[in-house]
Design a protein around this ligand. Structure first.
Ligand SMILES: [Zn+2]
Length: 307
C-alpha cells in the first residue's frame, strides 16, 4: 500500500494488503495535477468493488467488436454490467443498465435486473445517494429512475454530445434513446445532475476521468481498493482485446481519442490487469463471486484476477 512520498512497487500492487486508511502523494499520481485531484494528506478510503452482470449478447461477428474485423469470423459475446463501489462510509453505483423493454426491442435479453443484483449485495436502489453515469448510451442509463435519492454524476461533454448536432446522424445516435436523454435533461432542471468537466474526485479514493472516443463525454472510474487502484473502464474499453491489441470498437465518435484512451486507462490503473473492461465476459471468469450463491450474477473486483 503506497504511503505519502513513495511510489508503489510492483510487489505492493500485486500483494493484497490488510485494510488500512492510507494517504497518497498527489505529485506522484499521473492525474494529480488535474483539477479535482486528491488533496495532499487526505485520508484515502478503501473500496469493495463489484461487477454485477445483468444481460448478455451472443453470436457476435469480429466486425461488430473491432473496426476492420472480419464479418465472417465469430467473436466474443458481450456481457452487460452495472458496478458497485462501497467503502465503510460511502456507496457509489456506476451505471444503471438498460431498461428491459428497450433492451428487448434491441434484441438484448435481461437476465437479472440491475436493482435485483444490487439488492443481493445489500444495496437498496431507492436509498443510494450517488450514481455515476459513465455515458448516456441506453445500456448504461436505462433505469436511473430507480434511484430517486441519488445525485447523477455526468460529464458536461456527454450531455452536450447527447443533445447536440451529432445526434442528427444515425451513426452517432444509434446507442442513445432520445426519451432517456430527454428524461436526463429533466433531471438537470430538477437539480439532480452533478456535472463534471474532465477529472474529478468524488471522495478520497474514488475519482472520475473523462475519456472521449467511444462517446465525446464518457468517463471512467478510478477506485482505491486493497489490491491497488483499479479502473472501471466502462466503454472506454468494451473488451480486453480492444485495449490490449489496440483494435477499437466500432461504435465510436473519435477513434484517435479511443486509442489514446487505452493509454490513459493504463496510466490510471496500478497495473494493466487492474483495468476492468465494460462488456467482456472474461470478467466473470477472471474474478470470483463474492459468495457461492452469486455465481454468474456478480464478481468481486477488489480481489486479484486470475489471468
Ligand atoms: Zn456505450
Amino acid at each position: 500500500m503506497p504511503r505519502a512520498g513513495t511510489v508503489p512497487s510492483a510487489d505492493a500492487v500485486l500483494t493484497p494488503p490488510a485494510f488500512t486508511p492510507d494517504t497518497v502523494a498527489p505529485a506522484r499520481r499521473p492525474w494529480a495535477r488535474h483539477r479535482g485531484a486528491t488533496r495532499r494528506g487526505a485520508t484515502i478510503e478503501t473500496y469493495e468493488v463489484f461487477a454485477i452482470k445483468y444481460a448478455s449478447l451472443a453470436n457476435r461477428k469480429a466486425s461488430e467488436n473491432f473496426i476492420g474485423g472480419d464479418p465472417h469470423e465469430s467473436a466474443s459475446d458481450l456481457d452487460y454490467f452495472v458496478w458497485l463501489a462501497r467503502s465503510k462510509a460511502r456507496t457509489f453505483v456506476i451505471d444503471t443498465g438498460f431498461d428491459a423493454r428497450v433492451g428487448a426491442r434491441r434484441g438484448r435479453r435481461m437476465l437479472n435486473p440491475p436493482e435485483r443484483g444490487l439488492k443481493l449485495l445489500g444495496v437498496d436502489a431507492r436509498k443510494v445517494k450517488d450514481v455515476i453515469i459513465t455515458h448516456l448510451h441506453y445500456d448504461h442509463v436505462g433505469n436511473f429512475g430507480l434511484f430517486p435519492s441519488a445525485s447523477l454524476h455526468l460529464q458536461d461533454e456527454e450531455m452536450a454530445y447527447a443533445t447536440g448536432r451529432h445526434m442528427a446522424q444515425g451513426f452517432f445516435n444509434y446507442a442513445y434513446e432520445a426519451d432517456e436523454v430527454a428524461a436526463m435533461v429533466r433531471e438537470v432542471y430538477k437539480g439532480r445532475v452533478r456535472f463534471h468537466d474532465g477529472d474529478a474526485e468524488l471522495a478520497p479514493g474514488l475519482s472520475l476521468h473523462r475519456i472521449g472516443g467511444h462517446t465525446k463525454g464518457l468517463q471512467a472510474v478510478r477506485v482505491h481498493t486493497r489490491i491497488g487502484w483499479i479502473v472501471l473502464a466502462s466503454d472506454a474499453a468494451h473488451l480486453y482485446a480492444n485495449m490490449n491489441e489496440t483494435r477499437p470498437f466500432p461504435i465510436v465518435f473519435d477513434a484517435g481519442a479511443m486509442v489514446e484512451g487505452y493509454r490513459r486507462l493504463r496510466e490510471l490503473a496500478d497495473a494493466p490487469e487492474l483495468i476492468v473492461p465494460g462488456h467482456d465476459p472474461l470478467v466473470m471468469r477472471r474474478y470470483a463471486p463474492p459468495r457461492a450463491g452469486l455465481r454468474g450474477i456478480a464478481v468481486r473486483l477488489d480481489r486479484r484476477p486470475r489471468l
